[in-house]
Design a protein around this ligand. Structure first.
Ligand code: EPU
Length: 419
């Protein structure tokens, strides 16, 4: 298994192009199951999770073709099976996103229940309860969610917790239901809006995506379309923190600045100069040590849990004491323990991390435990004295396209080596 080797100490300088959003691509690929004809999706990031979703569709008999520019054509009309096996679901929880589309379009879905996860329990009870309220017959058998339905019926759903993929599953299911579905307490993430825009392009009737009340008027059928995925706001934020933590000067291109309000505010609080245009953001931290900042994660538009680990790395070398409170997932602090091994001064109390910035971190062998945790270890490695080696980097390949090439392009000393 490959490792990343990073020699810290260089301020990053230059431009980097942001890829399409992983967490928009995955539901959009699943939503293609709803169409009566082929869909073509562009700006798809080249990532392990995308490959897993393509494999999942392929196992069902769906025809998927990918060109060299990662434009993907999905033709769902060749589907033979309505089945998501454990061996794929266990490697990617987002596989649960096929549940709503399969049930709504084919009345039949056998989807493995996702198991435990490195960041929290992550149940899918809200997905299941929502579909049951729409008339589905669902039971759990041998570790599988076995769902059957005639045409689903529109209804009013009040989600217990704000859930991103839960909102997406129910919104997709509602597009082909009989009548109107109202989703209250819906997630407002830009990826939910991107999925809604894709569904609209297929002929769905949806209002309110981006607010906490989504209204879907069911239609008889959806047709194929062409669609371009929105840029990845978490990759964007990660490169901005890379600029800040290394006291560098970085411009990210092909992004959507309006999706990063909470993150940009925190970077400004840490002392960074931020410039932005329609599709770019620039960060300048040259000659300055970042100041500690406090962060509390919560659903969009508040500060994203997917940026928490990266800001923990920033606080680890910042001037002062920063407090990080994680409210979305109950066990998303594994990176803190690895960063301590690099000399970070971090105290953990329940869902709160109190981080006293040190002058410098020191390189150590560390282990990636989940996607964003691995990103934070890369960031820590960029400023640590000596050569950091990060193991289990398959986590990072799930969500960051060509991370070592992109960072090298900004002047980082980073390379991938076989273990
Ligand atoms: N929850 C329930 N019941 C449910 C669903 C969720 O209790 O049926 C709880 C979860 O346990 C969690 C909270 O609700 O405590 C929020 O979880 P959510 O369902 O929103 O998370 P998700 O949809 O499984 C997506 C992203 C994650 C991101 C979270 C939060 C995708 C494919 N994944 O997960 O992305 O952290 O929303 O923003 O969109 C990542 O990219 O690294 C990643 C983990």
């Amino acid at each position: 298994m490959d490792k990343l080797q990073i020699t810290g100490g260089r301020p990053l300088e230059g431009e980097v192009r942001i890829s399409g959003a992983k967490n928009a691509t995955l539901p959009i690929l699943a939503a293609a199951l709803l169409a009566d004809g082929p869909v073509t999706i562009s700006n798809v990031p080249h990532l392990q999770d995308v490959t897993t979703m393509i494999e999942l569709l392929g196992r069902m008999g769906v025809s998927v073709t990918v060109d060299e520019r990662m434009r993907i054509e999905v033709d769902p009309t060749t589907i033979r099976e309505y089945f998501a096996p454990y061996e794929l679901v266990k490697t990617m929880r987002a596989s649960i996103l096929v549940l709503g589309p399969l049930l709504a379009r084919y009345g039949h879905a056998d989807v493995s229940l996702p198991g435990g996860c490195a960041i929290g329990a992550r149940p899918v009870n809200i997905h299941v309860a929502g579909l049951q309220s729409m008339g589905a017959d669902i039971h759990i058998e041998n570790g599988y969610i076995k769902a059957r339905a005639g045409r689903l019926k529109g209804t009013r759903l009040v989600l217990d917790t704000v859930t991103v993929t839960g909102t997406e599953n129910l919104m997709m299911a509602a597009t082909l239901a009989d009548g109107e579905t109202v989703i209250e307490n819906a997630a407002r993430e830009p990826e939910v809006v991107d999925l809604a825009n894709f569904l609209l392009a297929m002929g769905a009737k949806i209002r309110g995506a981006g607010t906490d009340r989504i209204i879907v008027q069911g239609v008889e059928k959806l047709q194929g379309c062409e669609y371009e995925v929105l840029p990845d706001r978490i990759e964007t934020g990660t490169f901005l923190v890379a600029g800040a933590i290394t006291r560098g000067h970085v411009r990210v291109k092909n992004t959507c600045p309006e999706h990063l309000d909470a993150v940009l505010l925190k970077l400004q609080e840490s002392g960074a100069k931020i410039g932005q245009g329609e599709n770019w953001i620039e960060i300048d931290m040259r000659g300055k040590r970042p100041k500690s900042i406090d962060v509390r994660t919560a659903p969009y538009p508040a500060f994203p849990t997917d940026m928490q680990a990266q800001f923990a790395a920033l606080d680890a070398v910042a001037d002062g004491v920063g407090t990080i409170i994680e409210t979305v997932f109950e066990n998303r602090f594994m990176h803190m323990l690895e960063m301590r091994r690099m000399g970070a001064e971090i105290r953990l109390e329940g869902n709160t991390a109190i981080i006293k910035g040190v002058q410098r971190l020191t390189a150590a062998p560390v282990m990636a435990t989940d996607l964003r945790a691995s990103a934070s270890l890369v960031l820590a490695g960029l400023v640590a004295e000596g050569r950091t080696e990060i193991e289990r980097i398959y986590h990072i390949d799930r969500g960051y396209e060509s991370i070592e090439e992109k960072l090298s392009g900004l002047g980082a000393q980073i390379r991938r080596v076989p273990n």
